[in-house]
Design a protein around this ligand. Structure first.
Ligand code: UGB
Length: 582
């Protein structure tokens, strides 16, 4: 097959039989993996590569014939009636959902040495992203089954897509932390394979420069998740079990679950086959824009256009200013945050046709303008949000915009690059990701009637950030705004210098005046009323040097450490009713 596909160069240097045979066999084994892990096999891979390489050489625009326009979708305002209604519907639907985390990326922009899901979301509690995701799924499913009363309780499935770069360390993180409270059988890891690199415009497979018996490979992108889910048989299993929704999300967004219940409610109410979560986007920010594309032949689709393509597309279609802000101060194209909610039935129907193959792209770096040679080998790539590209016109594809402070603060950039991001645009660093969690929790408490102080500005790692009181709660305390409203009542106040950590489930905040640090924990059968005046020296944030070897990488990348001066810490380990009032 490879010879027929013009890949004779892979074997031309082979010595006579009997020499290097085990290396030759290893190469054929690798070919076997590359062939079986790609929908349609290597012949399909090479055919697509040739087409895309020819398009790239000819400078053909993938958007030829398409005109962009601003799509319409559901825009939510946190805490208003519509938001609350959707949230309630969404919580009900969680028991019919499966969650999928794409965590195969190494995070080159972030430059962190470990896997990204092991990074702390915030350093007040040190909870890592994977723990936060798992505890949120558990809390949401608990809330959902509670509403269902008597309905058969299943374990809501959680899939993590890993890659060779992340698989072992993800497994290890789960195993060494007792799966963060989830049943091991509830979690499935699906490992994506890399794809073959291409050496030239004829799509000849590239051999590793250091080993002529290995085909060079590179990641294919998060779009692999669809083919993997399909080939694993999980989708059919879920359908047979009566599930209706598959929710996809990325590896480092500490606000992720705050927007999920209401968006799932939108999916269910509007019967969307595809629902993309989005947030207001500043022009030129490094997130794709949700765009309506209309072709001259009448085709229409609502799809993410990546940030590097949006500007040229707009300029080429009569928008002289390209990707620019409108009178609202934001781009009119909502920012894609790569949180997708797919309706399982139509998803399976579509994947039965495509096998999960997603429209790919190629990005070769040419040595010169003749576009005949590459600086280094290239490969096909695909993105999970391109799934709607093959859908029929009848598909219901929508999106849900929520406020950015509520739902989106990923950690993608290293401190140096983050410091260069223009003021006002999201710099997506560990520092801003942590601050966004405190801000969101303060805003939510404020909306629930708590008197919280305004933030103060600080500069950490050369980035100016708003610092709010360090308020953190476990998902089992509150996973919706309705939960927060049920657990916070009367007159409460939290000063800016404060830290409030709520770890137990049935903790009720009533007439609390906090000026310092308060940490409360309780077992699930204890009901604790927390009130009175708590005043102490608290936990103070201190700047540190990002290059100081005295601190671990997780702390250095934030540019501050927390100095735990003084706190009131209470833990209720027995069932019963308790009251903490000082
Ligand atoms: N990922 C994989 O699981 N496998 C891979 O091969 C590659 C990545 P990045 P990206 O949030 O603002 C996306 O690198 O791709 C996982 C959207 O395309 O963090 O540059 C990886 O582990 C863009 O439209 O992001 O940009 C991570 O969980 C915009 O929405 C996820 O895929 C942007 O995210 C994303 O990978 C954004």
């Amino acid at each position: 097959m490879l010879l027929e596909l013009g890949q004779v160069h892979l074997f031309q240097h082979w010595p006579d039989p009997g020499v290097d045979d085990h290396y030759k066999k290893a190469l054929l084994d690798q070919v076997d993996i590359l062939n079986s892990s790609y929908p349609g096999g290597l012949s399909s891979y090479i055919k697509t590569a040739r087409e895309l390489l020819a398009d790239s050489k000819a400078g053909r625009n993938p958007f030829d014939g398409f005109t962009p326009s601003v799509p319409s979708g559901e825009v939510l305002t946190f805490g208003d009636d519509k938001f609350m209604q959707y949230e309630e519907i969404g919580v009900k639907e969680v028991r019919n959902a499966a969650f999928v985390l794409v965590a195969g990326g190494l995070g080159e922009r972030l430059g962190y040495n470990g896997i990204k899901v092991a990074l702390p979301t915030e350093t007040t509690t040190g909870t890592c992203f994977l723990q936060y995701y798992i505890e949120s799924i558990l809390a949401l499913s608990e809330a959902s089954f509670k509403q269902a009363q008597g309905e058969f309780r299943r374990d809501v499935p959680f899939v993590i897509m890993t890659s060779d770069d992340t698989h072992e360390r993800t497994l290890q993180l789960l195993e060494s932390n007792a799966y963060f409270g989830m049943k091991p059988t509830q979690i499935k890891l699906l490992k994506q394979e890399k794809v073959a690199c291409l050496a030239d415009n004829d799509a000849r497979l590239a051999l590793d420069p250091n080993n002529k018996y290995i085909i060079q490979t590179k990641p294919h992108g998060h779009g692999d998740v669809h083919a993997l889910l399909y080939s694993s048989g999980l989708l059919k299993e879920w359908k047979d079990a009566g599930l209706r929704w598959v929710l996809f999300f990325q590896d480092t967004n500490g606000l992720l679950f705050k927007g999920i219940p209401s968006a799932l409610g939108v999916s269910a109410s509007k019967e969307y086959h595809v629902n993309s979560l989005a947030v207001p986007r500043k022009a030129k920010e490094a997130s794709g824009g949700i765009t309506k594309l209309t072709h001259t032949d009448g085709r229409e689709m609502v799809i993410n256009v990546e940030y590097n393509q949006l500007d040229p597309l707009l300029r080429a279609t009569g928008h002289a200013d390209g990707d620019s802000n409108c009178e609202t101060g934001y781009s009119p194209y909502p920012g894609n945050i790569n949180q997708l909610i797919l309706e399982l039935g139509s998803y399976i129907d579509e994947l039965s046709k495509t096998g999960g193959a997603i429209k790919e792209f190629i990005n070769p770096k040419y040595t010169d303008s003749t576009k005949t040679a590459f600086k280094s080998s290239t490969r096909l790539e695909c993105m999970m949000q391109d799934y709607p590209k093959t859908l029929p016109a009848s598909a219901r594809v929508g999106f849900t915009v929520t406020e950015k402070w509520l739902a989106y603060a990923p950690v993608k950039n290293n401190p140096q690059d983050a410091a260069k991001v223009p003021k006002g645009n999201a710099n997506q660093s560990a520092t801003s990701g942590e601050m966004a969690i405190y801000r969101a929790n303060n805003m939510i408490l404020k909306k629930a009637g708590v008197n919280v102080d305004n933030p103060v500005m600080h500069v950490f790692n050369s980035q100016e950030v708003e610092v709010w009181a360090r308020v953190v709660w476990k998902p089992k305390w509150a996973v919706t705004f309705a939960d927060v409203k049920n657990k916070v009542s009367r007159n409460n106040s939290v000063s800016q210098k404060s830290t409030l950590v709520i770890k137990g489930r049935d903790i009720f905040i009533e007439d609390l005046s906090l000026d310092g640090a308060l940490i409360v924990d309780s077992v699930d059968d204890a009901k604790v009323k927390v009130g009175g005046s708590v005043c102490n020296n608290g936990w103070i944030m201190e700047s540190i040097d990002k290059d100081s070897s005295a601190f671990p990488e997780e702390i250095r990348t934030r540019g501050f450490k927390i100095n735990r001066m003084e706190q009131l810490e209470k833990s209720y380990g027995e069932p019963g009713n308790f009251s903490l009032t000082s």
